[in-house]
Structures are given as structure tokens and as C-alpha cells.
Write a protein that binds this ligand. Structure first.
Ligand code: GTP
Ligand code: SPV
Ligand code: MN
Length: 581
């Protein structure tokens, strides 16, 4: 017996019996265990050692070429009623789903080791944290979970005290896309994932638990589980405001979370600290504010585009103790990806000699896994049991046209409407076409574990749950000009927008009211030290009435597609916007 919790022990035994696992390893989280598994992964070829001098303790993992991203069409929410999962999810009857998965899992671990990973999402001592246990036959998954969560003995102790945990069962199976499913059973707090070893499909603490099951739990318990970064913004007076921001996958969360302000800002005493880069759990505190934790302990970040001038903090953490997945390598075996620098890679992510005719050297969704503690801007408050109070919530996406640089919601309901109707171009983070504009409400389209209409109602309900809610904003860093060039420099310069946001929150910045919300005038921004084109900026802050009328028609259709469960107040806010255009 490896745990005092009978329900856990029984589940592990049952799974071992069903999968016919050869060995069972209970993960403790120790350094010895890490090293043994590194050795194992090197011996099986799942890991390649990277240059020990430039990148000590760094490894390269290459996925099966057909297993490089999340698979939304194979991801299901299995509730009793289809209606509960909503049009935003694929649905399967729980009994049918269990039967399908049980068949796939049968004997799938014969001759394989089954790892039992107890983990805690959030600081071990936080009342906002929730625990889970992932069973997997992938040592690569164990090593990722070690960096991404608080895993091992301390988590198991908490689970034994609480008596409940999210059950996640995972096998890489044959990596056959036709035998791949990611199933969620919100009522039983359980997940079954088969046939993929990649990121969000396999590290079950992340999207499966912290968002899909988490959002369902959050609804019943009165909190929010969101696809958001959390950052702290300290002003020259030494006050810190915390901002939570939801952008769809590969739309800039990691980058914004660890932004380094432009030189002039640093000199004036502005500073950004990082709490989290992907997931935010928040709930009302006794003071009426929303208090948030980052349930994760590491970053599973997009490699391409990460460079000294775009995200120096990320680069500073990636030369040591990092797992790289699907990146290219240089002749001297250093990790490399598009945008990093102008060296020419030697080997592409598929292991072939690099040839630009074969496409990018690193897969567009190649990633790094690294402990958050390695981030130079990591905040001490990230470990705070009570979390941090959120002053502003920001929604955003990739919109080449129409959506202004920044807009502030008129009120909470308007903010919920903004979040519920945000659209973005699809990216390489999921399989399927890239660059297609789709509505991605609260950046949760692939991650909300229940009907979006009920989710929006839940968001609206916070007006009755908390009397000091954050201000809500939308941003768009991705506007393009006629020549397909980004009109806004982005990255560090996004600080200029954050400054306006925190000043709005504390009543220290001006705005002009427009039909779509409150917007800054050019003179409300600090552009010191920024190379900018006045015409571009004016366009970034303009409201194109004709185009917005079309957008609002589409927004209405989008709301309508969720049926009569959509809260009327969203339609009321939409009407206010339409009438003012
Ligand atoms: P997930 O981990 O998939 O949830 O992604 P994410 O939202 O954390 O996105 P990330 O910060 O990794 O950025 C994704 C891509 O967008 C990278 O290639 C970045 O270089 C690029 N990017 C991030 N911020 C900006 C920006 O302000 N402007 C521009 N033009 N590109 C950006
Ligand atoms: C995302 O796709 O939003 C990610 C990567 O953060 S994954 O872990 O694959 O979900
Ligand atoms: Mn993400």
C-alpha cells in the first residue's frame, strides 16, 4: 500500500489490473527520481542531451510528427445531458465514452511502467488549490508534470487529508491519430486521455484539469478557472496592481506575463512581476475583490518568436534545466527556433538536416518546459496562499483589422459581453487550419467544460458575489497594415497600454467614450523612446463604424448560436453598443 487513501489505492490497483502495467511507480518528486528518469529517457531515445556547456541539464524531446499540438476535434466533454456540454464542446454519452476508453486502455501498459503522479494545482497550502493524480505510461509526461505542477509527496499528503482528487488516466498508446481521444467526465472529476504524448493532451493537470474540469468545478463552487496570465505591475510609487489577461493559445500570454518595460519606464521605477503565464483561478475575497492564484508551477511556452529583443526574461530562463520539445538544433547542439537569432540551424525538428525548402526548422508549436522559479521576474506573491487581488481583466486576440489597440468596458456586463465575443485567428497550438478568425470567448473555446451560455451567466453572477470587481479591457497587439506588417510594435511596448490600464483603474488617466467602450486619445499615452508612426497609431485607436456594424451583426449571430440560455443582459449590452454606433 503506497497511500493511506483507500479510494486512491483502489483506483491505482484497478487501472494496473486493466492496463496490465508491468511496474507501478509512485512519484515522490525527488531529485533522484528526476535523474533516474532523465537517464531512462536518454536510453530510450526519447531525450537527446543538448550542449552541456551552453545549456546544462537541458533535453530535447521530439514528438511523433502526427502528435505536435492539441486536438480539439478529439476532445470531448462527457456529461449526462448533451445540452450541459453546449455547442462549444464535442459531447459523448459518459457510458459510451467510458466503454470506448476502457477498450483502448485494456492491456495498453503490458511491458510498460505505470507512473502515479500526485500533484497539486496551486501552492500546497492555498485554499484555492486543487489536487489531482495522473496515471501515465510516459516518463516524458512525468518530467513535464514535475516542472509544471507541485508534484510528489507533499501533494499526496494534501490529497490524503482532503480525500478527493481529480483522476487523470493517460497512455500514449500507439500515437495513432485514429485511436486518440481526450475525454472529460466533469461529474466524476475524471479524465481519460489516450493516444497522444503532447502538451495539453497529455499533461493532464494543465488544460484538462485546471481548465475543463476546473471550470466545471468553479461554476458549482462559485469561482472562475480561466485561460489567463497574471502579472503584477509596480508603479514608481511602489504600488502593485495585478492584471489577469486572457488571449487564445499562441497569442501572447507568456510574453506579456514576463514583459520587461521600455528603458524609460525602468528608469522611472516601473516594474513587472510574473505570477503565471497560462491559467488563473480566482474567487471573491472578503474585501469584495477577486483573488487569484496561478495553479501551475512552470511554463510550457511557445518557442518560436522567443528572442532577446522580444522576451529577454524567457530567454534568460531557458539556458538551464529546460525540456525543449520539437525545436531544431545548431551544429554545436544548442536548441534553435525561428526568431531566436540569425544562426543557421543544422538539424530540423524532425531530425533531418535542415533545408529551408522543407519548412520551418522548429515546429511552429514547438515548446519549452521550465520551472517558473527560473524566471527572473517571477513574483514572490506567486506562492502566496491567499493569491493576489486582481485590478483589471484583459481580453484579447489576433485581429489583423478592426479591433482597436485598447478599449475599456462600460461596466461588468459590457466586459462580459466583450469577453464572450472576442475573436482571434487560429494558431499552430491546435491541429487544423491556422489564421482563420473564429470567436474564442474568454480564450476558452477549447477549454470551457460546459455550455458557454451558462458560463457567461456564471461570469455575470459575480456582480452579486463581489462588490469590488476588476475593470475589464480588450486589447489587440496584432493589427496589420496594407503591407501585412504589424502596426503596433508589441512586446515590451505593450507596457504603454498596461500603464493606461492601471491608471484607468486608479482613476488617473483620461479616456474618451465611444460606442464600443472607453478609449485613450493619443495624448493619453506615454510614447517616450518609441519609434512610432502617428497615422498608424491614430488608426489603432479609431472606431470604423461601418465595419463595427458588420461585426456586431456577426456578434449577434454568435450569441444566438448558443440558444435561449444566453443571458439577456448580454443582448442588452449589445443593443447599447449598436445604438451608439
Ligand atoms: P499558449 O502557451 O499557447 O497559451 O500561448 P501564449 O498566449 O502564451 O502565447 P506566447 O506569449 O507564447 O506568444 C505566441 C507567439 O506570439 C510568439 O511567437 C510570440 O513571439 C508572439 N507574440 C507575443 N506577443 C506579441 C506581440 O505583442 N506582438 C507580436 N507581433 N507578436 C507577439
Ligand atoms: C495552449 O495551447 O493554450 C497551451 C499549450 O498553452 S497546451 O499545453 O498544449 O494546451
Ligand atoms: Mn495556453
Amino acid at each position: 500500500m503506497s497511500t493511506t487513501l483507500l479510494s486512491l489505492e483502489n483506483w491505482v490497483k484497478k487501472v494496473a489490473q486493466h492496463t496490465q502495467a508491468k511496474h507501478i511507480v509512485w512519484c515522490t518528486g525527488s531529485e533522484d527520481e528526476k535523474q533516474q528518469l532523465d537517464e531512462l529517457l536518454l536510453s530510450t531515445g526519447d531525450y537527446k542531451k543538448l550542449n552541456e556547456e551552453s545549456h546544462p541539464n537541458c533535453f530535447l524531446h521530439i514528438s511523433d510528427p502526427q502528435d505536435v499540438a492539441r486536438v480539439e476535434h478529439l476532445t470531448f466533454i462527457c456529461t449526462e445531458e448533451k445540452e450541459e456540454a453546449g455547442p462549444n464542446n464535442n459531447w459523448m454519452d459518459p457510458q459510451k465514452a467510458h466503454a470506448k476508453m476502457d477498450e483502448l486502455f485494456e492491456k495498453c501498459m503490458e511491458n510498460r511502467t505505470m507512473y502515479v503522479i500526485p500533484y497539486c494545482m496551486g501552492p500546497i497550502d492555498s485554499p484555492l488549490s486543487r489536487c489531482g493524480v495522473e496515471i501515465t505510461d510516459s516518463a516524458y509526461v512525468v518530467q513535464n508534470m514535475r516542472l509544471m505542477t507541485r508534484m510528489g509527496t507533499a501533494a499526496l499528503q494534501r490529497i490524503e487529508v482532503e480525500g478527493t482528487f481529480v483522476k487523470g488516466l493517460h497512455s500514449t498508446g500507439e500515437l495513432d491519430p485514429d485511436r486518440r481521444y481526450i475525454m472529460h467526465f466533469p461529474k466524476d472529476l475524471s479524465i481519460k486521455s489516450y493516444g497522444s504524448g503532447y502538451g495539453g493532451n497529455a499533461l493532464l493537470g494543465k488544460k484538462c484539469h485546471a481548465l475543463r474540469i476546473g471550470s466545471y468545478q468553479a461554476k458549482t463552487e462559485g469561482w472562475l478557472a480561466e485561460h489567463m496570465l497574471i502579472l503584477g505591475l509596480e508603479n514608481p510609487q511602489g504600488e502593485t496592481h495585478y492584471i489577469a489577461a486572457a488571449f487564445p493559445s499562441a497569442c501572447g500570454k507568456t510574453n506579456l506575463a514576463m514583459l520587461i518595460p521600455p528603458e524609460g519606464y525602468i528608469q522611472d521605477g516601473w516594474k513587472i512581476t510574473t505570477i503565471g503565464d497560462d491559467i488563473c483561478w480566482m474567487r471573491p475575497g472578503v474585501d469584495g475583490r477577486l483573488w487569484a492564484i496561478n495553479p501551475e508551477a512552470g511554463f510550457f511556452g511557445v518557442a518560436p518568436g522567443t528572442a532577446k529583443d522580444t522576451n529577454p526574461n524567457a530567454l534568460a530562463m531557458l539556458y538551464k534545466d529546460t525540456i525543449f520539445t520539437n525545436v531544431a538544433t545548431t551544429a554545436d547542439n544548442q536548441p534553435w527556433w525561428e526568431g531566436l537569432d540569425d544562426r543557421v540551424p543544422a538539424i530540423d525538428w524532425k531530425g533531418n538536416t535542415y533545408d529551408s525548402a522543407n519548412g520551418p526548422a522548429a515546429h511552429p508549436n514547438s515548446r519549452f518546459t521550465v520551472s517558473a522559479s527560473r524566471c527572473p521576474s517571477y513574483s514572490e506573491q506567486a506562492e502566496a496562499a491567499q493569491g493576489v487581488p486582481i485590478s483589471a481583466i484583459v481580453f484579447g486576440g489576433r485581429r489583423a483589422s478592426l479591433v482597436p489597440l485598447v478599449t475599456q468596458a462600460r461596466n461588468w456586463a459590457h466586459g462580459v459581453l466583450m469577453g464572450a465575443t472576442v475573436a482571434s485567428e487560429t494558431t499552430a497550438a491546435a491541429t487544423g487550419a491556422v489564421g482563420v478568425v473564429r470567436r474564442d470567448p474568454m480564450a476558452m473555446k477549447p477549454f470551457c467544460g460546459y455550455h458557454f451560455a451558462d458560463y457567461w451567466a456564471h461570469w455575470l453572477s459575480f456582480e452579486d458575489k463581489a462588490n469590488n470587481l476588476p475593470e475589464v479591457f480588450t486589447v489587440n497587439w496584432f493589427r496589420k497594415d496594407k503591407n501585412n506588417k504589424f502596426m503596433w510594435p508589441g512586446f515590451g511596448d505593450n507596457m504603454r497600454v498596461l500603464e493606461w490600464i492601471v491608471k484607468r483603474v486608479s482613476g488617473k488617466a483620461e479616456a474618451q467614450s465611444t460606442a464600443i467602450g472607453d478609449m485613450p486619445k493619443l495624448e493619453d499615452f506615454n510614447f517616450e523612446g518609441m519609434d512610432f508612426n502617428q497615422d498608424d497609431l491614430s488608426e489603432l485607436l479609431a472606431v470604423d463604424v461601418e465595419a463595427w456594424n458588420l461585426e456586431l451583426e456577426d456578434v449577434r449571430k454568435h450569441l444566438d448560436s448558443f440558444g435561449d440560455r444566453v443571458p439577456q443582459s448580454l443582448y442588452a449590452e449589445l443593443k447599447v453598443t449598436s445604438r451608439s454606433l
